[in-house]
Ligand binder design. Structure first.
Ligand SMILES: NC(=O)c1ccc[n+]([C@@H]2O[C@H](COP(=O)([O-])OP(=O)(O)OC[C@H]3O[C@@H](n4cnc5c(N)ncnc54)[C@H](OP(=O)(O)O)[C@@H]3O)[C@@H](O)[C@H]2O)c1
Length: 333
């Protein structure tokens, strides 16, 4: 056990309320989409998770389909939780999700009550938990009434299998409807999980931040654009073992000469702020008080510790810096 005293653990981290709820999340949360499946090295996983917890990261984000294979990240997390973090369960916010394909037949994906409730039960079993702190609907389902999906989330809360609920990957209009339905059901939606980074402004441009109207908080996934907004690719090469080298979710073709040049321009601004590129990318999101938490991934403790440094710096930018950044980002394609 390398855990520091609780006072030290919580000393450096800052916490923000999730929308209009009493739940506070760390400004930096850790996601287990990559690097925690059955093929990942158990001791590296353990190192990342325990270091995160030691540094005040109380929130770990999972989903039924994280792996590979699907489900194995929850199993891996459950194993580490049992052996390392079980005494600290009440200090942890663990989330899971259902929406994407998990098992064959008509009940293994999307948004039916049948699927959501069965999937939550499976996730609890894999993680060895009695409840998750947050359960999300992972993607909108065009063929299931929103009322049914939201009622299933509310049901999970009533059953005690989830404490809070959220949505992910919804467009603004549907997100507003989902939030209103959940409010009516007495189970407020506390978080909207969205893809948002300096390089991906879809969330901002499509009014999703405003649509929350301070009811639900916003938690941003892929804030480092899967590694592009880090030092990983600044010299134009693709390091062995990097996400781009796997060439699945981040394609190696995404690392073009033009993009590398722009990333280096961003890095020059980061240096002038005495930050690394990843630290600046995190600060850039945290400058907006509507953001509850920035949800990063990491394949090593070193990456995690570098990214955590963003929390020690004020997440403010001068008008001049914003103008310079926008001018660079406008050339990103
Ligand atoms: N709701 C949804 O639909 C959805 C979708 C996607 C993700 N998410 C959630 O968001 C979490 C984060 O997503 P993400 O993994 O795409 O986030 P990300 O933070 O944009 O990318 C993380 C990756 O960037 C690289 N990296 C991070 N810090 C680094 C550093 N300091 N130096 C060099 N490289 C660094 C590592 O990749 P290497 O492998 O190259 O080392 C790491 O795995 C997921 O785990 C999941 O919980 C949710």
């Amino acid at each position: 056990m390398k855990y520091t005293a609780a006072e030290t653990r919580y000393y450096a981290m800052k916490y923000r309320y999730a929308g209009h709820s009493g739940l506070r999340l760390p400004e930096l949360s850790l996601g287990l989409w990559h690097n925690f499946g059955a093929e990942a090295n158990e001791s590296v996983c353990k190192g990342i998770l325990t270091t995160a917890f030691d540094q005040g990261i109380t929130h770990f984000d999972l989903a039924n389909n994280y792996g590979p294979p699907a489900g194995s990240a929850e199993e891996r997390f459950g194993h580490i939780l049992k052996h390392e973090l079980a005494p600290y369960r009440d200090e942890l916010i663990i989330s899971s999700k259902a929406g994407y394909y998990m098992w064959p037949g008509p009940y293994g994906e999307w948004g039916s009550r049948k699927y959501l409730i069965a999937s939550c039960d499976q996730s609890l079993k894999r993680m060895g938990l009695e409840y998750v702190d947050i359960f999300y609907h992972h993607r909108p389902d065009p063929n299931t009434p929103l009322e049914e999906t939201m009622a299933a989330l509310a049901h999970l809360v009533r059953q005690g299998k989830a404490l809070y609920v959220g949505i992910s990957n919804y467009k603004a209009e549907d997100a507003k409807k989902a939030i209103a339905l959940l409010k009516e059901m007495g189970t407020p939606c506390i978080l909207n999980q969205v893809r948002y980074s300096m390089l991906d402004r879809w969330t901002e441009e499509n009014g999703l931040l405003d649509a929350m109207d301070n009811q639900a908080g916003t938690i941003c996934f892929s804030p480092l654009a899967q590694g592009l907004l880090t030092g990983r690719y600044l010299d134009g090469s693709i390091p062995e073992g990097s996400r781009a080298s796997v060439n699945h979710f981040l394609k190696s073709e995404a690392i073009t000469e033009k993009r590398v040049a722009l990333l280096n321009e961003l890095n020059t601004i980061a240096k002038s702020r005495d930050q690394s590129l990843s630290e600046m990318a995190i600060s850039w999101l945290l400058k907006d008080p509507r953001i509850t938490s920035v949800l990063i991934g990491a394949s090593s403790e070193r990456q995690l510790l570098e990214n955590l440094k963003a929390i020690n710096k004020p997440s403010t930018f001068s008008d001049e810096q914003i103008k310079e950044l926008d001018a660079i980002l406008a050339r990103w394609e």
